[in-house]
Design a protein around this ligand. Structure first.
Ligand code: HSE
Length: 440
């Protein structure tokens, strides 16, 4: 049978990784797919640039539209990233009857509903394993491996750059900016690294995970997003003294009154496996009602790991080229006409435990005043540490952990606490989750 012809939009880190993996493992990949997979065209910004992969046999062009409309191409692999022109090119390719493989999480999270609709009308596949968790086959695991479960929650470290920064701050006391510069040099960070730091990249990925876990449309705009820029070394150290690690988590939870979709720094008990996922690695913990908790761990970024996911998608596309489009695995795991309109909760309606750090005057009655304001909002304290004042100072750090409470109650309590004369400055507030298997 003649090889399946692939057109790459973009031949940077991941594009070259894909070419290298297809060349290196071509024979085994063909034995799995049933046909050879050949990259025959690629669009690039500069034709003469030195690349990390051989380009013999690949027609290079600066015109991506020529690839998406080329009669020779069966599958378009979109590796440009971002919204437009990636969105227009993908829609043009679909209109021309091409199958799509993409690593673009922004594209799927924000424009996925539109893209999947167009793909269904044309009977083509859009595969996006590489968009979440780099090389970890998490989309396939949820969409197929867990399809017998009612998924209760998903909690993941899904941005490698952010995890690398938090790990280096904790383990080596390195500064935020220095570690971010390393992540950029190593090719892990997004083209705009503020996407990593501000949590937007993780929010894109969480949006996708939540859709396939709960059978809801993609709703990036409703995902609460908080980055890691305000996490200080002091908080990392105090959390550790209390037996917790601070991780930047994406959490999607099917609660009784709706769905929680939230990305924020989170204290988790240090004994949890996921608390020990360090550096650039990603991990996604999923609780299914039948299976219980499972964790998926691996490289969340980088040329070969991301290529591993792209090539797996190519194999899936090739295997189903001749299958009836109505009997393929649905893009978002659930059939398009069976998606549910479950409400996405606002943060005020989310319940979590909290870590609070404040600077207080060291005198009698201060702790009682704070405890009383917390109690007035039904907030129960789990632990308290008060540090020694620095030489000649009368203001000390006071750290508290609380039990679970609605965020609106915590907001009300903090507003009152911050008006106390005995408190200096703002209260630092981080959310805390125990992620135990009883959490529903
Ligand atoms: N910037 C992303 C990360 C790359 O650091 O996880 C992989 O999506």
């Amino acid at each position: 049978m003649k090889p399946v012809k692939v057109g790459l939009l973009g031949l940077g880190t991941v594009g070259c990784g894909t070419v290298n993996v297809l060349l290196r493992n071509g024979e085994e990949i063909a034995r799995r797919a049933g046909r050879q997979i050949q990259v025959s065209q690629a669009s690039v910004r500069e034709l003469d640039k030195r690349r990390n992969c051989p380009t013999d046999g690949i027609a290079l062009t600066q015109d991506s539209t020529a690839i998406v409309s080329s009669p020779e191409i069966d599958v378009v692999v979109e590796l440009i990233g971002g919204h437009d022109p990636a969105r227009q090119l993908v829609l043009q390719a679909i209109a021309a009857g091409k199958h799509i493989v993409t690593a673009n999480k922004a594209l799927i999270a924000v424009h996925g509903n539109e893209i999947f609709r167009a793909a269904r009308e044309k009977g083509v596949m859009v595969a996006f394993e590489a968009a979440v968790g780099g090389g970890i086959p998490i989309i396939k695991a949820i969409r197929e491996g867990l399809s017998g479960n009612r998924i209760e929650w998903v909690a993941g470290i899904i941005n490698g750059t952010g995890n690398f920064i938090l790990t280096e701050m904790r383990d080596r006391g390195r500064s935020f900016d220095e570690v971010l510069a390393d992540a950029q040099r190593l090719g892990y960070a997004e083209a705009d690294p503020s996407f990593d730091v501000a949590g937007i990249d993780a929010a894109h990925k969480l949006t996708i995970l939540a859709s396939i876990a709960f059978g809801i449309p993609l709703q990036f705009e409703k995902t609460y997003t908080e980055g890691i820029a305000d996490v200080t070394r002091a908080d990392v150290k105090y959390a550790e003294e209390l037996g917790y690690r601070i991780k930047h988590l994406g959490i999607a939870r099917h609660a009784e009154n709706g769905v929680e979709l939230r990305v924020h720094p989170t204290l988790i008990p240090e004994r949890r496996l996921i608390a020990n996922v360090n550096g650039i690695m990603n991990a996604i913990l999923i609780k299914g009602d039948a299976l219980g908790p499972t964790m998926y761990y691996g490289a969340g970024a980088g040329a070969d790991p991301t290529a591993s996911a792209i090539v797996a998608d190519l194999v899936d596309v090739v295997r189903t080229l001749t299958a009836d489009p109505n009997n393929r695995v649905p893009h978002l795991a659930f059939h398009a006409d069976a998606l549910s309109d479950l409400k996405i909760l606002s943060m005020e309606d989310v319940q979590t435990s909290y870590y609070l750090r404040m600077r207080v005057h060291d005198r009698p009655g201060v702790l009682a005043e704070i405890a009383q304001l917390l109690a007035s909002q039904q907030i129960s304290i789990e632990a308290v540490i008060q540090k020694e004042p620095a030489e000649g100072e009368n203001v000390v750090p006071l750290i508290m952990l609380t039990h679970r409470v609605l965020e609106k109650n915590m907001n009300a309590a903090l507003t009152q606490i911050e008006t106390l004369e005995s408190i200096q400055g703002k209260v630092v507030r981080l959310r805390m989750e125990h992620l135990d298997s009883d959490w529903k």
